[in-house]
Design a protein around this ligand. Structure first.
Ligand code: GLA
Length: 371
């Protein structure tokens, strides 16, 4: 017989949801400029699993971090000391604001996506949390609505003024495909990723520090450049126009704007190159993107530059660039599939990693999105 306290509880329901990290193939800092992005979900991600509770409390635990937070649902983000939990609790808050009312729950976060690796562990956590809660309550959230809700959670409650790239890729990723996203029209297109190509992620070992302010500073510079040029966003300016009109801008703003305008052009070229099977052209665009990050957007670091230079001469390497926000994090290498193991091994040797371990270079493949 149940004790009195248990007698009238609804049966516990349980749920689990998984969301992958992502790599940005091309389109660096274009998303919040209403531009074009080419990305892929990867085969590593985070799982949020747990059950409903009868009281109005949210409980989140991470065995990897050895942390547990317990907060009342009507004040999920007040007095929160655990930054990692704010990604999930920001989603709870956004669901509440959108008219959904999550009941009490407790969930465990697990996975193999190191925070700070530049692979969007934050977006994976947001998306997995939203899907977990949707399953637990039987809500049917449209995929783009889900991605945007998670994006709002990141902007509003985590304080990074990022774009939609990470959340959209985590939601819309598809095995064997890159995800093309037009951040103005919100068009998503899946582009077949050639099976004879491989992707290698090589972490720099420097955690990238988006929240530290450089990211938001770049975003502000982009907004300022667009204002001087009299356009709604940098999406509206081509590299050619910028070369003609660039004198109107102070040097720093001109270089920031050039990076974004050229990245948009590179994404369009890369999609065409992938569709005609021109892997060399695609790789060259990646090297050009990194060079532009290094010189114009100044979101690379010496460690990321060194990794790109180590990858460049290796047999089978077609392209390499920093992936994601920059200021640390990882580089992404495009290689011929039949040379990829050796390339990864060479990069491990060069970075002093014997293999395995959280920050050793590893192979990945374009993978399915959240489920
Ligand atoms: C981070 C942000 C994304 C995007 C990239 C840079 O990953 O979260 O929104 O701006 O940086 O392209």
């Amino acid at each position: 017989m149940p004790t009195r306290g248990e007698a009238y509880l609804l049966p516990m329901s349980t749920a689990a949801a998984y969301a992958p990290g992502r790599v940005e193939l091309l389109g660096n800092h274009t998303d919040y400029n209403q531009g074009l992005v080419l990305a892929a979900a990867i085969d590593r991600g985070l799982t949020v699993s747990g059950r409903s509770r009868a009281d109005a409390t949210a409980v989140l635990a991470s065995a990897a971090l050895g942390r547990r937070v317990e907060v009342p649902l009507d004040a999920v983000l007040e007095q929160l000391d655990d930054a990692w939990a704010s990604y999930s609790l920001g989603v709870v808050r956004e669901l509440q604001a959108a008219g959904f009312a999550p009941g009490g729950f407790e969930a465990e976060i697990a996975g193999e996506l190191p925070p700070g690796g530049g692979l969007s562990s934050s977006a994976a956590l947001e998306v997995a949390t939203a899907l977990f809660l949707a399953k637990l309550h039987g809500w049917d959230l449209a995929p783009m609505a889900l991605a945007k809700l998670c994006h709002r959670a990141e902007n509003e409650f985590v304080g990074v003024q990022s774009g939609l790239l990470d959340q959209a890729t985590s939601v819309f990723g598809r095995e064997g495909h890159a995800v093309f996203l037009d951040c103005r029209s919100e068009e998503i297109r899946l582009v077949p990723f050639p099976p004879d190509l491989a992707l290698i992620i090589a972490p720099s070992g420097e955690p990238h520090a988006l929240v530290a302010g450089e990211y938001n500073a770049r975003r502000a510079e982009c907004t300022a450049a667009a204002a001087v040029l009299g356009v709604a966003s940098l999406r509206d300016i081509t590299p050619e126009e910028l070369r003609r009109r660039g004198d109107a801008l102070p040097d720093i703003l001109r270089r920031r704007a050039l990076h974004v305008a050229e990245e948009n052009a590179r994404v369009a070229e890369a999609v065409a190159a992938m569709e005609r099977g021109d892997a060399e052209a695609f790789g060259a665009l990646m090297f050009a993107s990194h060079e532009s990050s290094r010189r114009n957007f100044e979101n690379s670091t010496p460690a990321l530059d060194r990794l790109v230079e180590r990858a460049r001469p290796l047999p089978g390497v077609l392209g390499a660039r920093l992936t994601g926000g920059g200021f640390g994090g990882s580089i992404l290498v495009l290689a011929a599939a039949d040379r990829a193991d050796e390339v990864a091994q060479e990069l491990r040797n060069a970075s002093g990693h014997a293999g395995g371990g959280g920050s050793a270079p590893f192979l990945t493949v374009p993978s399915d999105g959240a489920r």
